[in-house]
Design a protein around this ligand. Structure first.
Ligand code: V1P
Ligand code: CA
Ligand code: ZN
Length: 397
């Protein structure tokens, strides 16, 4: 295909590692690292790599992972295998079909699979590398589609996430940047990142997510969860939660996103932004329940980019692999300023082209409608915007 030229006036770096792509969580598990292979196929076939600095990232070291995670937990991830898990923890053995969680969050959602530590250290290494490129002023926008695993806690795996690469990357950014804004458009609440920076005003966390306590994972992130309650705690009001109902569409999401993010940036004045682009907020996702199209999801990326603030962009959830790949390829094109020139028809010659045939060989299939009715009223959306504006009024000046 046509060669795409480098963006004028800014540098984009793409951090990836094929070592992440070939791990298997298990036959019935929805997380498919193979979606990264599909994403890469689109990015390369469209020729987008010619517009970016491309780095094969290295695995994060034990010490780098331990900057957030508890030593015993890092050690556990490092030594545990599907073969030795029951010897190490006989209490986990419940029958032939597997174990029932408890030890460091291991269980159905977070299974112990072959090469687990290799998987974790590599996606985390890519986010740390990307953050360092921003700190060193070698990139203005750094991308790691294999990162964005926002549920991992200090000593606990959760929701398909073992190592919280976002927290590790933000810790790198905080070495230089006074204020980091974290924005999370995955359909799930960004609870691990929120928890890690709950008591600081140096990171502002904003998550948009489906919220239905007790029903939808992880069950946290109501509108009134805005940081510690104690008046002396610096983190008070530095968390913004945007809880949503099923079926939100492109128009409602764009209106809400812009009316939350613009005032947040104006008031908080971040010197760096981390954007988690979980693609399970698209329509037709296997786990999600929103109705966003590829363009609707990508509009969030365009909007954040328009503020010209150094930006780390990571992936996250996304359980219909071909649509995840479409979204992240489109978002790569936005970040390099090539979205207006890209041909929506998928390249004639590309690996795995057949995987995209179901919805048609286009970057922009129709993903909205029929499956989930939009249960977000205009009044719901206006109420959220009013709540966020009021919250921001407490941190101004
Ligand atoms: O709902 C749960 C837990 C398990 N139950 C006891 C409650 N887990 C969810 C986890 C979703 C994780 C999303 C991660 C991310 O935000 C970031 C990468 O996207 C879950 C679901 C579900 N429908 O919500 N686990 C599974 N499905 C699952 C299905 C089959 C096999 C293994 C896990
Ligand atoms: Ca979210
Ligand atoms: Zn998710």
């Amino acid at each position: 295909e046509n060669e795409i030229s480098r963006p004028k006036g800014y540098t984009v770096s793409w951090h990836h590692n094929p070592a992440v792509e070939n791990h298997h969580f298990g036959q019935t598990h929805p997380m498919k690292p193979w979606r990264l292979t599909l994403t890469k196929s689109l990015v390369l076939s469209y020729g987008m790599h010619t517009a970016m600095d491309t780095y094969i990232s290295r695995p994060a070291s034990r010490d780098e992972i331990a900057e957030f995670h508890k030593d015993e937990y890092v050690e556990f991830l490092n030594v545990v295998t599907p073969q030795n898990i029951y010897e190490m923890y006989p209490e986990l053995a419940t029958g032939p079909q597997g174990y029932t969680s408890s030890i460091f969050g291991v269980g159905e959602d977070c299974p112990i699979f072959d090469g687990l530590y290799d998987f974790c250290s590599n996606y985390a290494g890519a986010s740390i590398d990307a953050a360092r490129k921003l700190v060193n002023h070698q990139s203005d926008i750094a991308i790691n589609w294999s990162g964005g695993l926002h549920h991992a806690k200090k000593a606990e795996a959760s929701g398909f996430c073992y190592v919280n690469d976002i927290v590790l990357a933000i810790l790198q950014l905080l070495r230089y940047h006074p204020r980091v804004l974290y924005i999370d458009i995955d359909v799930h609440h960004g609870d691990g990142v929120e928890q890690a920076f709950w008591s600081t005003d140096r990171v502002m966390c904003v998550s948009f997510h489906k919220y239905d306590k007790e029903v939808f994972f992880p069950g946290t992130g109501p509108l009134d969860s805005t940081g510690p309650l104690h008046p002396d705690n610096p983190g008070k009001n530095y968390t913004i939660n945007v809880p949503l109902n099923d079926g939100i569409d492109d128009e409602g999401y764009a209106y809400l996103f812009q009316n939350v993010i613009e005032p947040t940036i104006k008031v908080y004045r971040p010197t760096a932004i981390v954007l988690q682009c979980g693609a399970d907020s698209l329509g037709h996702d296997r786990l999600g329940c929103f109705n966003l199209n590829i363009r609707g999801h990508g509009n969030c990326v365009s909007f954040v980019k328009s503020f010209h603030i150094p930006m780390l962009v990571v992936g996250g959830g996304g359980y219909t692999p071909r649509n995840v790949a479409r979204a992240w390829a489109h978002e790569t094109s936005i970040l390099i300023g090539a979205d207006k020139t890209l041909n929506p028809a998928l390249p004639e010659h590309m690996p795995y082209r057949e995987a995209f045939r179901r919805e048609g060989l286009t970057l922009f299939p129709n993903l909205s409608g029929w499956r989930k009715e939009n249960m977000n009223t205009r009044a719901d959306i206006e109420r959220i915007i009013r709540h966020v504006r009021e919250q921001l009024s407490y941190i101004r000046g």
